[in-house]
Design a protein around this ligand. Structure first.
Ligand SMILES: Cc1ncc(COP(=O)(O)O)c(C=O)c1O
Length: 1011
């Protein structure tokens, strides 16, 4: 059936005639109806539908009834039908070509089609499932006749349609899928057909019928349009249809199953039978669309678009091809809140109750077995990195020196050792160990724990795979079957056994293999059980994604009893406490903030990477403290070595300290050549303040707005970021605040002839007023690039003019280099050098010790002399030999790895790329910075430059979801700061830009939506 033919002019006439409305029309796509968007004079919008007269009036009435019913039960998640002048929701119209038609008007639904909306996140698909669960639950209370019993998309007819049309499909990928899907439906779907509840369903939640709106802050809102394909069928087919479409979205198939069905069943619980039916029915829906497309292609072979439109389905099937289709049944059951497989008694209980022959021929006990923690939080997890020979030696030596026979790697550990591509997914990779590992000498025999039959005898030969693998099927005491899996075996077992061979309990079935033949691991047995193979034939996952931990743990419980171990507590990994957040809130001060909506538990760091408790690897784009990279081996080594020799205070002579102070001073321009070592940036600024106040015998200081210089009482006084923020009490009378020299949103902007000098004059005015006040003028403190202020680069002439003015008035100039020093700004080693000035005092912190608490104040001999007024300066930890060794190591690495130059080239590259993005993304108001100290300022409106924190936070959270850690700053929290470890690799910079480019195009960031 095709849409009626009419012009917009004719449509307007019909509107005037039947509804008394005038406005402007825009044609919309439609398969059956001719649809228009109607703009009414007052700005309101409606949808006007001209429907083919061949459509049964009764089915249109059901549509209207369903929409009114959903509106009254669920609010405006579907359009409101609107009546004509006679009060009818369906009017009969006559077209100029002589044919009749039905007319309908309905309210306009806000949002853009799911197909066009990005990002497709798991949360969004959960919402889609939830929406359709609500719709299904609500429609199921409407008693109606099936409005379209003959519809080709009717779930009742899906398998027949595929069977009848499969001959039209030539593509082997599609054909093979259809055959498999039909088999699966026959096995799991068809037997349930007669028992499942039936009701009216919308039956067309495709990605053009689900509209998405918002999503910048909080979850996106959804609504549903198009009720023209409604049928009476199995209620749960609504979930299946929805799943078929979410499977085609930008998300992995099993995530689509989990999110869609858990969302659906939250709103309309699905019984166990229904949950089992959904997966094969979703495959049927996909199958019907393949067959329907094949029919169209046959009818119109010249239409190339038809082939292109099959691309998403082909991509999905290519992906499903690498998975086991049968697994979908278990996944669906689990997503709907049921157990993943049929069992009367759980496998865990069976393992606890039944007796087994010990797999290693003897029970593993604390006397013969060493527990080897390999979880992410354990230092011994490093044992499984590097050369496999070394790994084997380390483990064997540990076993021998503990006087044991075996070492046991534990179940349910999150491990970082699975580095082969097969384990990697997007941000998350497979890290959860689903079995037990028994490390021992290669050749150690392995025995069947119970009578059984081999179902797998296979060499999984890829790197980091199982190598030679056996799987046995057993029957438990209740007659239910389960499986035991043995990996990393000696290849001898491949000749010894064949699938179908039976063995008795206690039979020697294999021996521990050697590397590299065993998948290239240190010699060990991976032992696992599973209650179901879910269609996996030669292999079975031994490591799972953390987000799927509970699914896999239910299938594969801890197999410790097969090793003769009686006490479970002995083999339970220490793991991580799950209540860290609650405990932190209780035990640590509440105003110690945490980053991100969902805080991260970070356990490991290396270079630019941080790894969280789930083994997810994030690129750290914001920690300028880890200047030369997290856990740089050279710095760690220097610290470890010096810690083993001596750590004491500065009341003794020590070569490392003197060497460090000399080196540091040599990096600063004359006459800055006296150094004080302290432990934190706050301490450094506190000492700088004292130096200035003692030297000038005055108190007053000029500070820059939104600046932060430290957490002590006097530094809060110097930090408008704090004293003007929540909980602050404003500046005391000895502190004067000058404007940020911000050329983007400040009082003098880019078109001012000399904004730097203009802003500096403000500094001088404040200095002048302090100089004549009771407190007098001690000085001016300013960061060399404003960090908390929002990564603001000082305009030319700013410090030059300001310093000259302040010095003239008798004040000292302090450069706070805590954020930007040590080569970060690229062009120069220190930030203040960008301005061509020499400060009187420089404070250093953060990057100086790469994470070790070290900081410094450097000043002139004259100022230092003024400070030495008889009162001893003592600092228990400042300048201790360990800190000095660390400081020296950091300087070594900066030099050896030429990090300043890298900061310059990579920084320039990124700046250019992001500036390019700001040209097409109006939300990205400005990009700025120097070297690897960059900022992106987000605005609501590119002309007025109104700050928009929500956009900046959105990008931060979305980048986090892609594995990049960023954060926001600035007075309005609308600036994303980028200040990563300097060892930031070009490959990650490239990946970052690609992700950023995509995110900046996502729907919630756009200034206008389909409205
Ligand atoms: C510019 C600036 N100065 C000083 C400090 C204080 O350093 P710390 O936290 O090491 O005391 C900070 C800390 O964020 C800072 O950003």
């Amino acid at each position: 059936m095709t849409p009626p033919q009419l012009t917009e002019v004719e449509a307007l006439e019909l509107l005037a005639q039947h509804y008394g409305l005038t406005g402007q029309l825009v044609t919309l796509p439609g398969e059956r109806d001719r649809n228009f968007q109607l703009y009414l004079a007052g700005g309101a919008k409606n949808t006007f539908k001209v429907v083919n007269a061949a459509v049964h009036l009764e089915s249109l009435r059901t549509e209207i009834r369903a929409m009114q019913h959903l509106n009254s039960e669920l609010g405006s998640i579907v359009p409101h039908p609107l009546a004509d002048q006679a009060g009818h929701f369906i009017s009969q119209g006559n077209l100029q070509n002589g044919s009749a038609c039905w007319l309908r008007l309905q309210s306009w639904q806000l949002g853009i089609p799911l197909a066009e909306f990005r990002p497709h996140t798991p949360e969004l698909f959960h919402s889609v499932g939830h929406l359709m669960g609500q719709v299904a639950a609500s429609l199921s209370t409407l008693a109606v006749q099936d409005p379209h019993p003959e519809l080709p998309w009717h779930p009742d007819q899906a398998s027949e349609i595929i069977e009848a049309g499969i001959f039209l499909v030539n593509d082997p990928l599609l054909k093979n899928f259809l055959e498999q899907a039909l088999r699966l439906y026959d096995r799991y779907g068809r037997p349930l057909e007669t028992d499942l509840p039936r009701s009216l369903i919308q039956n067309d939640s495709n990605d053009y019928n689900v509209l998405v709106h918002g999503g910048l802050e909080g979850l996106a809102e959804l609504s549903l349009i198009d009720f023209g394909d409604m049928v009476v069928s199995w209620t749960c087919a609504e979930a299946a249809v929805t799943l078929a479409y979410t499977l085609l979205g930008q998300i992995s198939p099993w995530k689509a199953v989990q999110t869609t069905l858990s969302g659906f069943s939250q709103a309309r619980p699905l019984s166990l039978q229904e949950s089992e039916f959904v997966w094969p029915m979703a495959l049927m829906r996909l199958g019907v669309s393949i067959v329907m497309a094949a029919k169209q292609i046959q009818d119109q072979p010249e239409n190339k678009y038809l082939l292109i439109s099959q691309q998403p389905i082909r991509e999905l099937l290519q992906c499903l091809n690498t998975l086991s289709l049968e697994e979908g049944v278990a996944r669906s059951r689990f997503a709907c809140g049921h157990s993943c497989t049929h069992r009367k008694v759980s496998l865990e209980t069976v393992l606890e109750k039944q007796m087994f022959s010990a797999v290693m021929g003897q029970a593993l006990t604390p006397d013969n077995t060493l527990i080897l923690p390999l979880g992410i939080e354990s230092p011994s997890s490093n044992w499984l990195s590097g050369d496999v020979e070394e790994q084997s030696d380390r483990i064997q030596q540990a076993i021998e020196s503990a006087n044991k026979i075996f070492a046991l790697g534990l179940y349910d550990e999150i491990r970082l050792c699975y580095t082969a591509p097969e384990f990697q997914q997007d941000l998350e990779s497979r890290t959860v160990h689903l079995g037990l590992d028994v490390f021992g000498i290669a050749g150690t025999p392995i025995f069947a724990p119970l009578d059984g039959t081999f179902v797998t005898v296979h060499d999984n030969a890829q790197e980091q795979d199982y190598g030679p693998t056996l799987m046995l099927q057993h029957e438990d005491l209740g007659g239910e079957s389960f499986f035991t899996l043995y990996g990393h075996l000696d290849p001898e077992c491949l000749d010894l056994w064949q699938p179908g061979d039976s063995v008795q309990a206690g039979t020697r079935i294999a021996k521990i293999g050697t590397s590299p033949r065993n998948g290239n691991w240190p010699p060990h047995l991976h032992l696992q059980v599973t209650s179901h193979r879910m269609g996996w034939e030669t292999d079975f996952p031994g490591v799972a994604l953390p987000s799927e931990q509970s699914f896999w743990k239910e299938l594969s419980p801890n197999p410790y009893r097969l090793l003769g171990i009686q006490q479970k507590s002995w083999v339970e990994p220490g793991g991580l406490p799950r209540d860290l957040l609650a405990r932190r809130l209780h035990i640590l001060g509440r105003n110690l903030s945490l980053s991100y909506k969902e805080p991260l538990t970070i356990l490991r760091g290396k270079g630019v990477y941080l790894v969280d408790a789930l083994g997810r690897r994030f690129v750290d784009c914001v920690n300028n403290v880890a200047h030369v990279g997290h856990c740089h081996p050279k710095v760690v080594d220097a610290q470890r070595k010096q810690s083993g020799l001596l750590n004491t205070n500065t009341r003794y002579l020590h070569p490392e300290l003197i060497r460090y102070a000399e080196r540091l001073c040599s990096l600063l321009p004359e006459p800055l050549n006296v150094c004080f070592l302290v432990c934190t940036g706050s301490e450094a600024n506190e000492l700088a303040l004292r130096l200035a106040q003692v030297y000038t015998q005055a108190q007053g200081v000029v500070v820059v707005d939104v600046g932060y210089h430290g957490h002590t009482k006097s530094l809060i006084d110097l930090s408008p970021y704090k004293h003007n923020g929540p909980g602050g009490k404003g500046a005391p009378d000895w502190v004067r605040t000058t404007n940020m020299p911000d050329l983007f949103r400040g009082v003098y902007r880019e078109h001012h002839p000399d904004p730097g000098s203009a802003y500096a004059e403000k500094v001088i005015e404040h200095a002048q007023s302090l100089a004549t006040s009771r407190s007098g003028l001690a000085g001016f403190i300013c960061e060399s690039i404003l960090s908390c202020g929002g990564q603001i680069v000082l305009p030319e002439n700013y410090l030059q003019t300001a310093y000259a003015g302040v010095n003239r008035l008798g004040g000292l100039c302090i450069a706070d280099e805590v954020q930007v020093g040590f080569g970060r700004v690229g062009k120069t080693f220190w930030g203040f050098e960008l301005q061509g000035v020499v400060p009187d005092i420089v404070t250093l912190g953060k990057p100086i010790g790469n994470g070790h608490p070290l900081a410094a104040v450097i000043t002139t001999a004259e100022i230092a002399e003024g400070f030495a007024n008889g009162m001893e300066y003592f600092n228990t930890f400042g300048g201790n030999p360990v800190s000095a060794a660390v400081g020296n190591a950091v300087l070594d690495v900066i030099e050896e790895e030429d990090l300043q130059k890298h900061a310059l080239t990579l920084g320039d590259y990124l700046l250019e790329r992001w500036q390019g993005m700001s040209k097409w993304c109006p939300a990205l108001g400005q990009v700025r910075g120097e070297g690897l100290f960059l900022g992106m300022e987000f605005v609501a409106d590119s002309l007025q430059r109104v700050p928009c924190a929500a956009r900046a936070s959105y990008v931060v959270e979305r980048m986090k979801a892609q594995g990049f850690l960023l954060s926001t700053d600035g007075l309005d929290h609308n600036v994303i700061k980028f200040k990563p470890p300097l060892v930031f690799p070009e490959s990650e910079a490239e990946r970052l830009c690609k992700n950023l480019e995509q995110i900046l195009q996502e729907a919630p960031l756009q200034l206008t939506e389909r409205d």
